[in-house]
Design a protein around this ligand. Structure first.
Ligand SMILES: [Mg+2]
Length: 249
């Protein structure tokens, strides 16, 4: 356990992927779901102006990718049916490449939203997470989330876990609208927006760069290694492997 000053900590700020939730949830559940549903989703919402502009943005992204020497699938604008087919093929190509481009993120977010509200998707957290949430709430500590997934996606995930709706435990959700997770400034902004001093936060993430950035902003921070055996890096001696025992009663 790394040396942390528990008495100072008022807010526990958590990363999601690789920290509260297995990375596999994203790659083996969410991405394949979006890829599988992309065609029917675009068909059903073809007349929606937001979807039309996402398709337009996809087309622009494809041109940029081609200019940059990549080989995206061909694109045909006419007839309408071909345009739809092109959007689906290109969208799936982007998903397979783990693209973070905005039109894809927008579409994925909407597709997942349907899946979560319709009950086809449910959020996943490690079993020690709800137990820790309960413990930290009992201690009157706040729990906040900072993840690169959109706030909407974060809320959907925590609302639909096997342990029930965990959103009532969470005071605030932050996404990359406050800035990138590897930037010091983002952590300063989060602290300022909650009117607490950085040292009153404990940030937990599986990404050393993020832990580093939070520390540089003055936060206390710990690296979380959920699967130390598969980790290629040497085991970090000051990392935690679960939330069990972290700030005990
Ligand atoms: Mg992470």
């Amino acid at each position: 356990m790394p040396p942390i000053d528990e008495s100072q900590i008022r807010i526990i700020l958590l990363d999601i992927e690789g920290t509260t939730t297995p990375i596999n949830f994203v790659y083996q559940t969410l991405f394949p779901y979006a890829s599988r549903k992309l065609k029917s989703f675009l068909q059903e919402h073809a007349q929606d102006p937001e979807i039309q502009s996402s398709i337009q943005e996809l087309r622009g992204q494809r041109e940029a990718d081609e200019r940059n020497g990549l080989e995206p699938p061909a694109w045909q604008d006419h007839p309408e049916e071909a345009r739809l087919r092109s959007s689906v093929a290109f969208g799936q190509w982007l998903i397979a490449r783990d693209s973070k481009c905005t039109p894809l993120k927008t579409l994925q977010g909407k597709i997942w939203q349907h899946g979560f509200t319709g009950g086809e998707l449910s959020g996943e957290v490690y079993p020690d997470v709800p137990i820790a949430f309960e413990r930290w709430r009992r201690q009157k500590r706040m729990i906040c989330i900072y993840s690169s997934g959109s706030v909407l996606a974060q809320q959907n995930l925590f609302r639909t876990t096997a342990s029930g709706d965990l959103t009532p435990y969470i005071t605030a959700f932050f996404d990359t609208r406050v800035g990138a997770k590897s930037e010091v400034e983002s952590y300063k902004k989060i602290a300022a927006s909650l009117s607490y001093e950085p040292k009153q936060f404990l940030f937990i993430s599986d990404a050393p760069k993020e832990v580093e950035a939070a520390r540089s902003a003055g936060m206390q921070a710990i690296l979380c290694e959920r699967d130390p055996e598969s980790s290629s890096s040497r085991c970090q001696s000051d990392a935690i492997h679960s939330f069990d025992g972290l700030i005990p009663d």
